[in-house]
Write a protein that binds this ligand. Structure first.
Ligand code: GLN
Length: 545
């Protein structure tokens, strides 16, 4: 049976618990263990699918169609293990399931309570779907002391009794702040946080201490004494120059060794860190650089485009170049005249219009597509970006009212709501005005590629691909003919030939629009071919200008 590592956070939020969990999992994996990481989110939304990216950052989508926390993206990128529906749970989902059962009468007259019903459901979630894993890392969202996370803490406390003593371990991530005026690192917040955790019945085995300055030995000893752990279990986690250096850095500080020791494992194989060394070597020693303009809506918050940002970096790793990302607010373009748009986009070696929702900024995105098309600048449109590339193509074909029904009624619905499609469960049907949560075309779907297409060459000659989707609208096939006449080629379609998946322009150096989200499947060791190809084209463009 798998061993469990419970990861909690203390003192403040945003300590990077997700990255820490992903890094620890990567280190265990490098020693040959099979790992999986799960996220417990204490909020009451059933999933983050309906939350604004400003609230919650990007919504990460799994192959099996779950809309999940962005930390699952870190987990996948660092371990290469595809996340599943069963890897993310929220209080909202637990309560929804319990209340549905209660209404059905499944509890046979019992009083339904947080303990045991909610805590049992949380424990079951942790225990389910184990395959033949060696380690399951469970990250609890939020900070110790939050009211919302109490049932999760209680479930962990119980699980630690239910399971064998050598089968669980608690890692607590804290902050050791530096007070500049005193010139000192302070351990008190860590002491308080551990005390709070202990008051919930959980004694941490390993403390991962985030700090901006090296933690002197004396302070490590002090934390160990006050927090009831051995000194070697106080792991300094200094700010890293890149997220990709984190696993190597934690390994140097002894994290994986200490965790294994906590499980009584003393004969673990040494980790094979070749791929991490290669990734960091490529990242820190680029042989050139390119600048990519991302024209989107949520540009004030990079977390809103987390996977996209990473996939662009991976494209850079594939080509050994540094990728500078210029986030451009599409809405600003709507108030600017042509010359200002040109001035903003001219320095870009590639232009990317990412996924998004709603009308705001759409005209700015369309203007960026036009610029890229007319100037022969590499263009990559993702989901809404692909839809805008088609609206732009239609307008340039003389269909001046071309638009998307997502933005309101239009006489020329080049993009319209998908009313029907085939999924593994059978025919899915949707109509305008239905529920927003969990009702999009979600998760992995196949696309068939035209055998002579540019995109098929990018995918190494593949004729069928599988990519993750998250959309409610599609390019209206009634417009394929005029769009093809204008120069757009529909290079990828759903297997039944009904839903456009990929468009490209053969008369352009690199112009690709995709209805899916390739950024969700890119990994530092295995950059997604579309991002590798886009950055390669941007590099060629940088040599022209
Ligand atoms: N808003 C568009 C749709 O629902 C695009 C979605 C996206 O970019 N993820 O189809």
């Amino acid at each position: 049976m798998a061993r469990y590592i419970f990861i909690t956070g203390g003192v403040v939020s945003s300590l990077g618990k997700g990255l820490m969990a992903a890094s620890l999992a990567a280190l265990l994996q490098a020693r040959g263990y099979k790992v999986r990481i799960r996220k417990f989110d204490p909020y009451l939304n059933v999933d983050p699918g309906t939350m604004s990216p400003y609230q919650h950052g990007e919504v990460y989508v799994t192959d099996d169609g779950a809309e999940t926390d962005l930390d699952l993206g870190h987990y996948e990128r660092f371990t290469g293990v595809s996340a599943r529906q069963s890897d993310n749970i929220t209080s909202g989902r637990v309560y929804r399931d319990i209340i549905t059962k209660e209404r059905r009468g499944d509890y046979l007259g019992a009083t339904v309570q947080v303990i045991p019903h909610v805590t049992d459901a949380i424990k079951q979630f942790a225990l389910d779907d184990q395959d033949d894993l060696d380690f399951i890392l469970c990250e609890i969202g939020g900070t110790v002391g939050d009211i919302e996370s109490l049932p999760f803490m209680e479930a962990i406390r119980q699980l630690r009794n239910d399971l064998d003593p050598l089968q669980t371990l608690s890692v607590h991530v804290t902050l050791v702040p530096y007070i500049a005026a005193a010139g000192e690192l302070k351990t008190k917040p860590t002491q308080h946080s551990v005390r709070e955790l202990a008051s919930l019945g959980i004694k941490p085995d390993v403390l991962l201490c985030r700090a901006e300055h090296p933690i002197p030995d004396s302070e490590r000893q002090k934390i160990a004494n006050f927090c009831n752990v051995r000194k070697q279990a106080v792991i300094p986690a200094l700010d890293a120059p890149s997220i990709y250096s984190v696993p190597l850095q934690y390994h140097r500080e002894g994290l994986d060794e200490e965790v294994l020791r906590g499980f009584g494992i003393t004969d673990a194989p040494a980790p094979d860190l070749t791929s991490w060394n290669d990734v960091t070597d490529r990242y820190f020693n680029p042989e050139g650089e390119v600048t990519i303009g991302v024209v989107g809506k949520y540009v004030g918050l990079p977390d809103a485009y987390k996977s996209l940002n990473e996939a662009l970096v991976h494209g850079g790793l594939a080509n050994r170049v540094k990728v500078n990302i210029k986030w451009i607010d599409a809405e600003i373009f709507e108030e600017k005249d042509e010359s200002e748009i040109v001035a903003a986009l001219e320095p870009m070696h590639g232009i990317l219009v990412p996924g998004g929702f709603g009308e705001r900024g759409s005209e700015g995105k369309i203007a960026s597509v036009r610029f890229a098309r007319e100037r022969g600048v590499p263009f990559f449109g993702i989901c809404l970006g692909m839809q805008m590339a088609c609206v732009e193509g239609a307008r340039s074909a003389g269909i001046s009212a071309a638009s998307s029904t997502e933005f309101g009624d239009t006489a020329e619905p080049v993009v319209g709501i998908i009313s029907e499609w085939m999924s593994e469960e059978g025919l899915e049907q949707r109509e305008e005005g239905g529920d927003l949560g969990g009702t999009m075309r979600l998760g992995a779907y196949e696309a068939k590629l035209g055998s002579n297409s540019h995109t098929s060459r990018i995918y190494d000659g593949a004729t069928t691909i599988s990519e993750r989707h998250r959309h409610r609208y599609e390019v209206n096939s009634a417009y394929i003919e005029p769009l093809e006449a204008q120069g757009l080629v529909f290079a990828g379609m759903s297997p039944d030939g009904l839903l456009p998946e990929i468009v490209e322009r053969p008369d352009h150096p690199w112009f690709v629009g995709v209805q899916f989200h390739p950024e969700l499947k890119s990994r530092p060791f295995d950059p997604h071919p579309l991002f590798a190809g886009f950055i390669e084209a941007a590099l060629a463009q940088s040599r022209l200008v």
